[in-house]
Design a protein. Structure first.
Length: 373
């Protein structure tokens, strides 16, 4: 069976995103194809394939990598003797649900941006079909900043964009150098597939879809303040202290802002016309209707609906400030100038908006927000 694969292109067997070394490992382990035959197929030396196979055997202690390899084997080598013997042990999730190139790149950008923030880790439990990104808050607690499907996390581990830093029943992962390099490359030059751009702009985006700033000032030489991947305007403000020495924003307010940004990014709203969000806020006053955008799946639609309802509850003013500072990562000083507010008043308005947002989340979804998945 295996020797007939010598003349068959490897890329016809597995998704394009699967690393070459993983393909060779699966060809050897799932079909029984000899190492020399795999090397001839790949056009490399047999010793290279041998090192790659040994390396992946050692990496199978990682729960995400082991699951990714098992799912790829069951989905793309269904007639393998190994899969026939283990058919009763197939996972509940459909093994054909492997990540497409576009889905993987889009979701990986969203998750890696969160993992690059200070104190962030990806947490995975063996019996859950979702993984979550948690980040330490200034007050000592942690906040959930992103949710990702398990098969996306598995693909990210297989591509070595994330690595396990703590194993066990609940494993923790962090972004690797390769993951950060991938994220930086997609920000420096937007990744385009099939003529479409995927991912999110690094800089704040204005409602009329100008590429770098919210300002109405058309001066292209005007400097634009950007926040690093490790810090958002909300976290920077949370580090400040009030007159009594307490944090200006407590953990609950920071978590409320992070949940809104999580839903905003989950719905991939950065890919849509930014004017729609201004319309959502203004329709409260004039009673106008906003056309509903299309979504790839129900998960995106649900996240969009939660964001829309939160902005509608906040209304103009409060809605604008959380949208600018929490979702588009615009600085407080810039928001004050664009909305003609007094200097140093923006942080007060943002705090009031976050208090209202936290109340809305508790009233709508309970203390801990919508359930994962």
């Amino acid at each position: 069976m295996g020797e007939n694969l010598d003349s068959r292109p490897v890329r016809t067997l597995l998704p394009h995103w699967v690393p070459d070394a993983a393909e060779r490992y699966l060809l050897h382990t799932e079909t029984g194809l000899s190492i020399r035959a795999v090397a001839r197929n790949a056009g490399c030396h047999a010793s290279t394939v041998l090192r790659q196979i040994r390396r992946f055997e050692n990496r199978r202690d990682d729960i995400l990598i082991d699951k990714a390899l098992r799912d790829l084997g069951k989905a793309h080598f269904p007639n393998s003797p190994i899969n026939k013997d283990t058919q009763m042990a197939a996972p509940k999730r459909n093994p054909n649900q492997t990540a497409s190139d576009i889905e993987l790149h889009s979701e990986a950008q969203r998750v890696l941006r969160r993992l690059c923030e200070t104190g962030a880790v990806l947490v995975v439990a063996g019996n859950m079909d979702k993984a979550v990104v948690l980040r330490d808050l200034p007050g000592g607690k942690s906040a959930r900043t992103a949710i990702v499907d398990r098969h996306i996390a598995e693909a990210m581990a297989l591509k070595e964009w994330i690595k396990c830093k703590k194993s066990g029943k609940i494993a923790q992962y962090e972004a690797t150098v390769s993951g950060r390099s991938f994220l930086k490359s997609t920000m420096d030059a937007p990744n385009r597939m099939g003529g479409m751009a995927h991912g999110f702009a690094e800089a704040p985006t204005r409602f009329d879809a100008a590429p770098t700033t919210w300002s109405n000032d058309r001066d292209e030489d005007r400097p634009i303040k950007r926040y690093t991947l490790a810090e958002s305007p909300l976290i920077a403000l949370a580090r400040r202290r009030d007159k009594t020495g307490k944090p200006f924003l407590n953990d609950d307010l920071v978590a409320a802002g992070e949940r809104l940004r999580e839903d905003f990014e989950l719905a991939q709203m950065g890919l849509q016309d930014q004017k729609i969000w201004e319309q959502y806020l203004m329709q409260i006053e004039d009673g106008s209707t906003v056309p509903t955008p299309t979504f790839r799946n129900e998960k995106q639609k649900a996240a969009h609906d939660r964001t829309r309802e939160a902005l509608r509850d906040l209304g103009p003013g409060l809605g604008h400030v959380v949208l600018r500072c929490c979702c588009f990562l615009e600085g407080i000083e810039t928001t004050e100038k664009e909305m003609d507010w007094a200097a140093r008043s923006g942080k007060i308005v943002l705090k009031i908006a976050l208090q209202r947002l936290a109340f809305h989340a508790t009233k709508s979804y309970g203390k801990h927000g919508p359930m994962i998945g």
